[in-house]
Design a protein around this ligand. Structure first.
Ligand code: HEC
Length: 127
């Protein structure tokens, strides 16, 4: 009897540990709004106003960056990642990638940039 109680305790402890959220391949962002997604997923590296950072690593600025004006370029980068930047395709839906890239382009690159569409994202997301 004692042995079974001990095993039940061990199993429930293991199940509890599995509930801890982790930034692994299974992680997905919950935010839907572009600004909230930026704060949760980009700001840590590219800074609050898209000014970028240089220090232990190099995080290019997004503000005033002419490359960011092109929807294809930023969507491709966010979906597929590149060198020091993680790929977000597995962590964000097409709608979320469209929202966050629209936010970055309109807030930091070109205020009158047309919104990124879900179609744009679908075309550029690598399967
Ligand atoms: C873990 C840090 C990190 C996060 C998080 C991150 N990036 Fe990056 N990003 C980088 C690095 C590093 C590069 C430069 C990669 C290279 O060229 O070597 C980069 C490059 C870029 C570029 C290309 C800029 C250029 O001049 O070529 C864009 C656009 C970009 N990131 C947008 C975003 C957006 C939007 C998000 C959020 C969805 C994001 N990044 C999240 C680190 C990050």
């Amino acid at each position: 009897m004692r042995k079974w109680l001990w095993m039940a305790a061990l199993f429930s402890a293991a199940a509890g540990a599995a509930d801890v959220p982790q930034m692994s391949s299974g992680y997905t962002f919950a935010q839907k709004d572009g600004k909230a997604l930026y704060a949760a997923s980009c700001q840590g590296c590219h800074m609050a106003k898209g000014e970028g950072a240089r220090g232990a690593g190099f995080y290019p600025k997004l503000a005033g960056n002419p490359l960011v004006q092109s929807p294809e370029y930023i969507v491709f980068r966010v979906a597929n990642g590149y060198r020091g930047m993680p790929a977000f395709a597995g962590m964000m839906s097409d709608e979320q990638i469209a929202a966050v890239t629209t936010y970055v382009r309109q807030s930091f690159a070109k205020p009158d940039a047309p919104a990124t569409t879900v179609e744009d994202v679908r075309k550029l997301r690598q399967q």
